[in-house]
Design a protein around this ligand. Structure first.
Ligand SMILES: [Cu+2]
Length: 220
């Protein structure tokens, strides 16, 4: 498949990590897969979030991690992920991230982290960011009582609903990149007003991933 310049640069960014890059929607119509072109002719269904640290990035030990972090997350519901489950394809999307300032914290890069859509409605507090945003198919929980099935943001993610994992990696310069597919069981309209949360590391006391940055999703 021929890639546009923007898609190629995206591939280069993640070539040294474990992520699998997927070309996202580009402006050049000649390079777009027919599936994407069909979605693009409809109302454009993308969000963007500007990531920033908040008070909620404090871990349980009270340390304020990554005070200089900044970056962007783009999420487009491209309907390209084919599931064997009952989810409609309209709930499948691609998340891309570029961020910097990740090396100035207590946890040193290079390191992998997770990035998720959370319930929102805003980033101001840990509670307002909420937990994972997804449509639980079964109501099943893990040993700690957390809902897990159909959660693409779960730590042991189902390969069907997030086939490349929901991770970003950080290079030695403190730059983080991610590019992955997911299906959360909720589509574009239901994702309005939600937030994106970046995690890095796992808190040893309660096994909760440390939140290092947050951004509110804005339709674009
Ligand atoms: Cu999360």
């Amino acid at each position: 498949m021929k890639l546009s310049r923007a898609a190629v640069s995206s591939l280069l960014l993640v070539s040294s990590g474990s992520l699998v890059a997927h070309p996202v929607e580009e402006e050049s119509s000649s390079t777009i897969h027919p599936h994407l072109r069909m979605a693009k002719s409809d109302k454009k269904k993308c969000f963007e979030a500007r990531m920033a640290p908040t008070n909620a990035t404090k871990s349980n030990d009270g340390i304020f991690y990554y005070p200089s972090i900044k970056g962007r997350v783009k999420i487009c519901f491209d309907e390209t992920l084919q599931l064997s489950q009952s989810h409609p394809t309209t709930t499948a999307g691609v998340l891309t991230l570029t961020a910097q300032g990740l090396i100035n914290g207590t946890i040193k890069a290079p390191s992998p982290g997770g990035i998720h859509i959370h319930k929102g409605p805003n980033c101001t507090t840990f509670a307002n960011q909420g937990g994972h945003f997804f449509n639980n198919c079964t109501g099943n929980t893990d040993a700690t009582g957390r809902l897990k099935d159909c959660d693409p943001w779960y730590n042991n993610v189902d390969s069907i609903i997030a086939p490349t994992g929901t991770k970003f990696t950080v290079d030695k310069k403190g730059k983080g990149v991610a590019n992955f597919k997911f299906d959360q069981g909720y589509g574009y309209d239901q994702t309005v007003g939600k937030v994106v949360v970046m995690h890095l590391g796992i808190n040893a006391t309660d096994y909760s991933p440390i939140r290092i940055a947050c951004g509110e999703l804005v339709p674009i």
